[in-house]
Design a protein around this ligand. Structure first.
Ligand code: UD1
Ligand code: MG
Length: 449
């Protein structure tokens, strides 16, 4: 059965007290809504529709960078969750399959939970994700009759008896597109909030010849973000999970509490991560690599057996090949470092390529920016770059070439050539002693005035 995702993200998130729309606040290095997108991806959806409203353009732009295929549908007025889903009807007019409704502000739904809902869909027309609430507060209550879900009552519309129910609505729902839109057509807004409730489709299904059920998940999965405090708590929960997942997948974390992950961090088997490492978005580390203490990585790929840090910074576009070494106080940006190459000390390599087995001496800098444009430096294989070499890009260095310490490279260097560009050193015998004596005499003489 083909699947379409509808992700609700039109709300402003007033309680975040922010100019940024709620779903663009980051959790695990990526916008909040990207988590729902990732969970839904496990169902291999044919279509993904994001319902936007507040700061719609901004949300749409962020969504397209994450998934260029995503379809954006605007809900210009927020008249309720049912009204929000209904906005996707035209977009899905030609879609024949199941629709899963997710909330953009609910990041912890596990793919396995969505799979369990899909399984329940084989027997029921409408499947709702529920949870046993420790404190049911204002959640919608699920009124069950055996394994059948009779209806969902919003807290504001519930009787005292219904309010005593602890099995609650997470908001996530699954139904065929045909049934979903057929039922939504009948939803009215004659309730306490005067909103079109998505939850009403359950009662309406039962009133026609359709069936509904609820699948239960852990309350932690349904956690929605409404405030900054909840966002911080969610970040902490996210990090705990990510660390656990990393060690379960065969990564060694020496001090797990000091390592921070992003939602899209991928670590291979036998990777070792030393204390105080930050993985920004988009990092993949292959088998057996070691990330040493106090390193910061984002948008980077680290090959098998490579060593990064301590105190290294890999920025977007850093492509570190197998067994390469990136040492302390080294920054790599938009650059490929070849297999077994070494960039060990106090260096900036940006907009560049470094060939295999090349050694970059301490203090080397690719001067990639002329104040207006960026330029590339290309260094060949098995080259030896002397300490404190400045590459004034654009410039090319051949295979097996060498630069002398302190060289400012302003022209291309052919294969196997040595480049040396520095002023000649002079030796002046005895002058140091004379200078010392003179300076000491100045210091000893009484001050004038
Ligand atoms: C909803 C459910 C409630 C459930 C709770 C779980 C309904 C009627 N109620 O209540 O049963 O227990 O979620 O958290 O569905 N949104 C839009 N457009 C709108 C309205 C909402 O996109 O017009 C989005 C919001 O941005 C949010 C989500 O839908 O991401 C849920 O809306 P919200 O107003 O938070 O619903 P609740 O009152 O929490
Ligand atoms: Mg809510």
């Amino acid at each position: 059965m083909p699947t379409a995702l509808i992700i609700l993200a039109a709300g402003q998130g007033t309680r975040m007290n922010s100019d940024l729309p709620k779903v663009l606040h980051t959790l695990g290095g990526v916008p909040l809504f990207a988590h729902a997108l990732a969970a839904g991806a496990a169902l291999e959806p044919e279509r993904t529709i994001l319902i936007t409203g507040h700061a719609g353009e901004q949300v749409a732009k962020a969504a397209r960078t994450i998934d260029p295929e995503i379809e954006i549908v605007e809900q210009s007025q927020q008249l309720g969750t049912g009204h929000a889903v209904l906005q996707a009807r035209d977009a899905l007019a030609d879609f024949d399959g199941d629709v899963v409704v997710l909330y953009g502000d609910t990041p912890f739904i596990r793919p396995e939970t969505l799979a369990a809902m899909a399984t329940a869909r084989a027997k029921f027309d409408v499947v709702v994700l529920g949870f046993e609430a420790a404190d049911p507060a204002r959640y919608g209550r699920l009124v069950m009759q055996g394994d059948r879900l009779e209806k969902i009552v919003e807290y504001n519309d519930a009787t005292t008896e219904e309010r005593s129910i602890t099995f609650c609505n997470s908001g996530i729902k699954m139904a065929s597109a045909e049934n979903l839109f057929k039922l939504l057509d009948k939803v009215e807004n004659d309730n306490a909030a005067a909103e079109y409730y998505l939850t009403d489709i359950v009662g309406l299904a039962n009133a026609s010849d359709l069936t509904a059920t609820a699948v239960a998940c852990d309350e932690g999965e349904t956690l929605g973000i409404n405030t900054r405090a909840e966002l911080s708590a969610a970040e902490a929960a996210f990090q705990v999970r990510a660390r656990l997942e990393a060690v379960e997948n065969g990564t060694t974390l020496i001090a797990p509490d000091t390592v921070f992950f992003s939602q899209n961090t991928h670590l291979g088997r036998d990777v070792v991560v030393e204390p105080n490492v930050v993985f920004g978005p988009g990092v993949t580390v292959e088998t057996g690599a070691r990330i040493r203490a106090f390193s910061h990585l984002e948008g980077a790929h680290v090959g098998a057996g490579a060593i990064i840090g301590p105190y290294a910074r890999l920025r977007p576009g850093a492509e570190i090949s197998n067994d390469a070494h990136i040492g302390n106080f080294v920054e790599i940006k938009n650059a490929e470092i070849g297999e077994g190459a070494k960039v060990n000390h106090l260096t900036y390599i940006g907009d560049a390529s470094v060939g295999e087995a090349t050694n970059i001496g301490a203090g080397t800098i690719t001067c990639n920016y002329d104040g207006v444009m960026k330029h590339r430096t290309e260094i060949g294989a098995r080259a030896f770059i002397g300490s404190d070499t400045m590459f004034v890009a654009p410039v090319k260095v051949g295979d097996g070439a060498m630069t002398a310490t302190g060289t400012v490279v302003t022209r291309d260097i052919p294969d196997n050539a040595l480049a040396i560009a520095r002023s000649e050193m002079q030796i002046k015998p005895g002058i140091a002693r004379k200078l010392f004596e003179k300076l000491k005499a100045v210091k000893a003489s009484p001050k004038k005035g």
